[in-house]
Design a protein around this ligand. Sequence first.
Ligand code: SAM
Ligand code: SF4
Ligand code: F3S
Length: 518
Amino acid sequence: MTDQSGNPSEIAANPSKKVYVKTFGCQMNVADTERMLALMGEKGMEPTEVPGDADLIIINGCSVRDKAVHKAVSFLGEQQVLKKKKNPIIALGGCVGQLDKGDVFKRAPYLDFVFGPDAIDQLPELVHKAQSGQKHFVQVEFDKTLSYSTQTKIHGSKAQAFVNIMKGCDKYCTYCIVPFTRGKEKSRTIDEVLEDLAQLVAKGVREVTFLGQNVNSFGKGNKNLKGYLPLELNNIIGKVGPRDGEENFPQLLYAIENDPRFEKLKRIRYTSSHPLDFSDELIECYAPKEKGGIGKLAKHLHLPVQSGSDVVLQKMGRHHKIENYIAQMDRLKELCPEIGFSTDLIVGFPTETEEDFEQTLKLLDRVQYDNIYAFAYSPRPGTRAAKLPDDVPAEVKNRRLNQLLQHQLKIAAVRYASRVGQTMEVLVEGQAKNQNMMTAADRAQETPTALGRVWTGRTSCNRVVNFVDHTQRNYLGALLMVKITGSTSLSLQGELVHQPDFAELKYTSSYSSSEIAQ
Ligand code: SAM
Ligand code: SF4
Ligand code: F3S
């Protein structure tokens, strides 16, 4: 059955139907889930948080490490009971779907279909096909077009949005499965991203995170027909990324900074980056606005390094040395002293010695990250590193991982504590899950926090800040000045410096009691 536009209409005829998506993995998958919900929403399906209520269950899986795959597959296993009870359509997607290609049907015959990240826009048709009784089909073809074109879909009103600007990865780090799950690098055009952004800002988005596995190589393959500046990129490590005459990431940033349509857009973030494509021109974007920098650029950078040892970096196929990376970080600190850094690290890569590992610890001391994401090496079938003997025993990997995390917690505790007493601008993301925070006044009077609400948000440098408010106002999406009164190694606590006028608050002026999270 199709509607007048030729699209499947069966779902639209059933507005009471519900979709549940279980998401594993990176922000790319989080954004993909958002897109799936929006696409199914257009067909009349409401999202639900309860798999038992769903008519469609999607598992958006991640294959970056063995454990992640295991989680997706065991979640799939748990759905067998529901299938028998309520017969929802069950689909396996994401990077796990892309690699599996249907092998899983043998183990999970109750699964209806498998699809990859490039088939997300076909989801309504795939669901319709399953509703019409077809089973065990697979849609994992990579999109063959040379360019990448899309429009961001957000579900509901939000102060923040993820925007995919490129997809795929051409880096082929020896340990990594992502180039096999997401295909070749392709970028959207600058013009298309600007149009997309304009509609998001009109909907109330105040902070955007540009997504891609290697955002720094944005523009590769797209001719710079409009003469956006800077025309060429340089890198202290070696010239890579988009070629001269092609579009590039700093051009996109300058185009946004200089366009009055984006006045209300307060912060731009992006992830992820590779040091090899991290151009000198992008580094200069972190200069103060008065000196030609990008004022909207958040004072935070996630620049994965993976290891502090040159020997290991070489075996990982990262193609740069630690001194290059440190030079990039030093220049960034020089241009923007308040900048906060985070990184990804792998411990226990094949042949990693205690000495190599010590160099990673030393790197933490040298760079002074606010936060790290550290992982024990997990061989991924089909990658070059999987051919090397996985010779660091599991207990050594785990010990190094714990040691690394403990080392970082000590660094972060000092860094966070140094913020106490400062007043910082916070973009409010919502009410905190943990409502157990007390203000100084609460503590003095020993009154329970139930009197107020704990709100949570982030500073430009990406630190989480929680504060208590007693006015019942809705601060979602508001940019507020908060005085920092306390810290842990993971977050800051503070107090509102002033009550903004209701007019400054973007969404509803106050919460009804039913809207207040308990
Ligand atoms: N494109 C980003 C980059 O260049 O770092 C993100 C890649 S991946 C989605 C996120 C992180 O997972 C990587 O930075 C790396 O630290 C980790 N990772 C990737 N493959 C891994 C493996 N085989 N074992 C353990 N960790 C891995
Ligand atoms: Fe994986 Fe390396 Fe590409 Fe990041 S840059 S996605 S780690 S291959
Ligand atoms: Fe995982 Fe795929 Fe992201 S493998 S980390 S979900 S790109």
